[in-house]
Design a protein around this ligand. Structure first.
Ligand code: ZN
Length: 83
């Protein structure tokens, strides 16, 4: 079976579009949450594409909130390290 690869809408990293990837078309939960967060914000603001600065800001916020779940994240992501 041919595997379709897409680019993560958040970070543009190539992602295999397979059922095993529960976050597809995103590369990871973090990118999915960033995109959902950006989308929710846009729904009551001007509909513009988030800038790189916006994404940096969102990632900083997620990093700050996510410290307690780092262990769980690294186990779920098959060794993929965010940094
Ligand atoms: Zn990504």
């Amino acid at each position: 079976m041919k595997t379709i690869t897409v680019n993560c809408p958040t970070c543009q990293k190539p992602v295999k579009y397979i059922p095993e990837n529960e976050f597809r078309p995103f590369c990871c939960e973090r990118c999915q949450m960033i995109d959902l967060g950006a989308w929710a914000e846009e729904s009551y603001k001007i509909p513009v594409t988030p800038t790189a600065e916006d994404l940096d800001h969102l990632m900083d916020e997620l990093d700050g909130q996510d410290e307690s779940s780092d262990d769980r994240d690294s186990k779920q992501s098959n060794g993929y390290r965010w940094q």
